[in-house]
Design a protein around this ligand. Structure first.
Ligand SMILES: [Zn+2]
Ligand SMILES: [Zn+2]
Length: 258
């Protein structure tokens, strides 16, 4: 599987090495989260993404979903498939696609429509489902709103997108039983000095991340994502100071092959 962490910051020259929002693209056709999905790449490439999995309802993970759905719309019988927990789908329908913030694309896509915009699918933590030959297992993590991480397995290898979380257990328990685990994308949001804020908002600091990594095999590479842009340099140097050989800062726009 080919996994790309999309960049979310742009300027007139080189890309600013900051992450403002979260989106991953897998094999060019599946996305996890839509924080920046609708702002990256040509609409023709966005239209190749047929499935979007949403981990939770926070704006840095759904901000460009309405833009993406519009960009990907081709006026055909096939349309974008969106997957989320009951809590995620409720937030999307009540707070985004509500005819105030954006048109109600659900009502505009009735069953049998010749040109639907999108279709919603409810997922349940612990219940795997299949998309394009990949088995996806949603696992609940520990965040301030209901949040699911995803374990993706194509039969040859597996990787995990944990999403936003404070200290958590279940996804590591499932990880131990996951065959051919080749990589983990794990959040680390605040520097160590802001641990109180991390605890309140259910995120991780580098020190808290180090505790989480004791629950993962040290042979599995872990890629740090979701560093708060304002404190990126501080978080990055605190991560480096941990001197954990399997811990890396995730790169933007450079695909990981698992
Ligand atoms: Zn969040
Ligand atoms: Zn977030």
């Amino acid at each position: 599987m080919k996994v790309t962490l999309l960049r979310s910051a742009v300027d007139d020259g080189d890309s600013i090495p900051c992450q403002y929002a979260t989106s991953f693209v897998i094999n060019g056709s599946i996305a996890v989260d839509a924080g920046c999905l609708g702002f990256v790449g040509h609409p023709d490439d966005q239209a190749k993404i047929k499935h979007v999995l949403i981990t939770h309802s926070h704006i840095d993970h759904i901000a460009t979903l309405p833009i993406f759905v519009e960009n990907a719309f081709e006026g055909k019988r096939e349309c974008v498939q969106i997957y989320g927990s009951d809590a995620v789908l409720t937030a999307l329908t009540q707070d985004i696609f509500n005819n105030r913030v954006w048109p109600d694309f659900v009502a505009l896509s009735p069953p049998g429509s010749p040109a639907p915009f999108m279709k919603l699918h409810q997922i349940v933590p612990g219940q795997p489902f299949q998309i394009e030959g990949i088995t996806i297992t949603p696992v609940e993590v520990n965040h301030v709103v209901p949040t699911t991480g995803f374990i993706l397995n194509d039969g040859k290898s597996s990787f995990i997108i944990v999403s936003d979380t404070g200290p958590t257990e279940e996804i590591w328990r499932v990880a131990q039983k996951t065959p051919n685990l080749k990589g983990v994308f794990l959040e680390v949001t605040f520097p160590n000095a802001m641990e109180r804020l991390a605890v309140i908002s259910k995120h991780l600091t580098p020190n808290m991340m180090a505790e989480e990594l004791k629950k993962v095999s040290p042979t599995v590479p872990v890629y740090a994502v979701h560093l708060k842009a304002r404190f990126r340099d501080a978080v990055a140097s605190e991560l480096a100071a941990l001197k954990l050989p399997n811990l890396h800062l995730a790169n933007f726009q450079s695909p990981y092959e698992f």
